[in-house]
Write a protein that binds this ligand. Structure first.
Ligand SMILES: Cc1cc2nc3c(=O)[nH]c(=O)nc-3n(C[C@H](O)[C@H](O)[C@H](O)COP(=O)(O)OP(=O)(O)OC[C@H]3O[C@@H](n4cnc5c(N)ncnc54)[C@H](O)[C@@H]3O)c2cc1C
Ligand code: MET
Ligand SMILES: [Zn+2]
Length: 619
């Protein structure tokens, strides 16, 4: 009798974890490889689960695909490992248990760079091994990404009539990562021909039962559940799971009440947990009716997003706009910083931009100074946000804080790596790069966290991307801009440009884009500054004539700075012919220089506007 026939009339017990069990025994390398080198041990664990009462066991092949095996240089051993794994499970099962060939999901919570074609290849390789070796059914487990599971299920259903179990994993008890309600997801899997649909991993019994309360008993499939033992804890350098077998035993009947017919365990479970389930439910009669607590898709409050200002990308499309960077100090005295901010406010700038530990050098946090500028001086802070210092949790919590404080203008950057900075031993986090950060922020504007959790409100961020035209190939840099636009960038802010030729080159290469650019300009403060930028900062080239002008004033710092301002004014004149946005960078907190330049740019901008107004009204 195939195990689907059995499931028609009785609950079956499945096995528990293999990976975490081996890890608890000290295996911290590729445990799937043990199917080859420690076949007997693997068979012993399978037997321990069968002795504990499992009717159905699974091959130890969850991560035995080329995408995951390549981490260990084992990508060419897919066939060997999967075939050995099936043989191990069958040898242990004899005729005492059914054997499922397990294939795990690849896409996790982060936006994955794995393409559908790679997923298909990875899946097919494993599938054919399992079919050739002969299994009683297939178990597709730990799929966070519904698209991935639907893709592989469709392939498998075409290839075989064997029973297929398709299981998703949830971050949130109710919804998949893409916000599909769990009930809808399982129905879709049933529609694609899965014989058993269900949940495994990530959630322990409590949350998995909460999710199952929202699931109807399928009409043409059976329901399965493989909860984790508990949340993991990290002690003495190792992960542990705590949920004990008694706790599992108490949950068993509740799984039955939710209509589950195949009940096993996932991470952290052991033969004791399975024994507990078997003692409660083995051979028991399944329920056929239940009251479902269907949840609707979360309603994201459609209140107007919390926005105090017109987004900069809208302003700069309408008229010339000047923003100025004034970096948070490296020391705790903020007097000069606030003096500078006041001077820039008087110069009439649209926004003051605050770097995030630029060059990986520690500075006062930009959100705290930004908030003071906003609340005390009524200025509009634009907060740079680098991926380098924060993981996905930190980035999101930081963004939620910025929203709460009403700071909606963000420059999303990957960030200079920690090794360039003043704490070279610090680690760069880079959970995401600027592309995904832009996407994360845009998702929050839809009221959803990066993993798709409902935030209850929409944020109103306007997101800039960084543009570095000081590279060998501006065309390549523009390709990055195009990619950032695809990820949701609203406008760009560039590194400083030091020559008219570069301004024109950038204009020529970007004029096809609708997305506005604030072009960067920074006054040189002296000859040493000019030589440093020209010779030591990758990509920055300053015309010989300019460096000569600065060199002539080497002994007169005041005059040199005046020269730097004069050069930048002439660049502003050209820049305003080509771009609407001017981004001035304040060197060494010398705000008097950028305040003067901002006033100049604003005056030139109003002259241009006056002239175009006159042109439009006269004719
Ligand atoms: C306006 C502006 C403000 C900035 N503010 C800060 C700040 O506050 N804090 C801070 O730490 N850093 C800051 N930076 C520096 C920035 O983080 C680095 O210059 C970064 O390497 C490029 O910008 P990004 O972070 O958006 O990188 P991304 O565009 O995401 O690029 C990431 C990686 O790709 C590389 N890359 C970028 N462009 C190219 C290209 N054309 N060809 C090949 N490889 C490329 C980069 O070197 C980097 O390794 C700022 C840069 C700009 C332009
Ligand atoms: C990471 S969830 C899948 C786990 C797998 N069934 C194992 O225990 O090895
Ligand atoms: Zn698991």
């Amino acid at each position: 009798m195939n195990f689907l026939d059995k499931l028609k009339n009785q609950i079956l017990i499945a096995d528990g974890a293999m990976g975490t069990l081996l890890y608890s025994f000290g295996v911290d390398t590729c445990s799937e490889e043990l199917n080859l080198s420690q076949a007997e041990q693997i068979q012993n664990i399978h037997r321990a689960y069968i002795d504990a009462g499992a009717d159905v066991i699974q091959t130890h092949t969850y991560a035995a695909n080329y995408l995951k095996l390549q981490r260990y240089g084992l990508e060419d051993s897919v066939k060997e490992i999967n075939s050995a794994a099936v043989r191990n499970a069958k040898k242990a099962a004899q005729s005492n248990a059914y054997v499922l060939g397990t294939i795990g999901g690849n896409r996790g919570i982060k936006t994955s760079s794995i393409t559908i074609e790679e997923l298909k290849r990875s899946f097919r390789e494993q599938l054919y091994c399992h079919l050739l070796e002969g299994v009683d059914g297939l178990l597709f487990e730990t799929f966070y990404d519904l698209e991935e599971l639907e893709t592989v299920l469709t392939i498998a259903r075409k290839e075989t009539n064997l029973p297929i179990i398709a299981q998703v994993s949830l971050q949130d008890p109710g919804f998949l990562q893409d916000r599909t309600p769990v009930n809808e997801a399982l129905k879709r899997l049933e529609g694609l021909g899965a014989d058993v649909v269900g949940l495994n991993c990530r959630l322990g019994p409590h949350h998995m039962l909460l999710a199952l309360e929202q699931v109807e008993i399928p009409k043409h499939a059976f329901l399965s559940a493989y909860p984790n033992a508990s949340l993991p804890t990290y002690t003495d350098g190792k992960f542990h799971y705590e949920g004990d077998a008694d706790y599992f035993q108490k949950s068993a009947q509740r799984f039955r009440d939710e209509g589950v017919r195949l009940l096993g365990g996932c991470c952290g479970t052991t033969p004791d947990h399975i024994r507990a389930y078997a003692s409660e439910l083995k051979n028991s009669i399944p329920v056929t009716e239940k009251v479902v607590k269907l949840k609707q898709k979360p309603i994201i409050v459609e209140s107007p997003p919390k926005r105090e200002y017109t987004p900069l990308q809208e302003i700069v499309k309408e008229r010339p706009s000047v923003i100025v960077e004034l970096d948070p100090p490296r020391k705790l005295d903020t007097t000069k910083f606030f003096e500078g901010a006041k001077a820039l406010k008087e110069a009439g700038i649209d926004s003051i931009t605050l770097a995030d530990n630029s060059l990986a050098t520690v500075r006062i946090s930009n959100e705290s100074l930004g908030y003071l500028l906003k609340s005390e001086l009524g200025m509009r802070p634009l907060i740079h946000l680098a991926c380098r210092d924060r993981n996905i949790i930190g980035l999101q919590s930081h963004l939620m804080g910025l929203h709460t404080l009403g700071m909606n203008d963000i420059l999303a950057i990957t960030g200079d790596p920690a090794r360039v900075g003043d704490f070279p031993g610090a680690s760069s986090v880079y959970d995401v790069s600027s592309f995904e950060l832009i996407q994360m922020i845009k998702q929050m504007n839809e009221g959803l966290s990066y993993s798709g959790k409902d935030l209850g409100q929409k944020t109103a961020f306007s997101v800039a991307g960084a543009f570095n035209p000081n590279v060998r190939s501006v065309e390549k840099a523009v390709k990055r801009l195009e990619k950032k636009i695809q990820f949701g960038a609203d406008y760009f802010i560039s590194q400083p440009v030091f020559s008219e030729e570069k301004l024109i080159e950038v204009y020529e290469n970007t004029k096809h884009l609708d997305t506005p650019i604030y072009i960067g300009l920074m006054p040189l403060t002296g000859s040493k500054n000019a030589e440093f930028l020209h010779n030591e900062v990758p990509g920055i080239k300053i015309a010989d004539s300019i460096r000569e002008r600065m060199a002539l004033l080497n002994d007169n710092p005041l005059q040199a700075a005046r020269e730097g301002v004069a050069i930048t004014k002439s660049l502003i004149d050209t820049a305003l012919d080509l771009f609407n946005g001017i981004y001035l960078i304040t060197p060494f907190l010398r705000y008097e220089l950028t305040a003067e330049l901002a006033a100049y740019a604003n005056q030139r901008a109003s002259e241009i506007r006056g002239a175009s107004y006159a042109e439009n009204t006269i004719f």
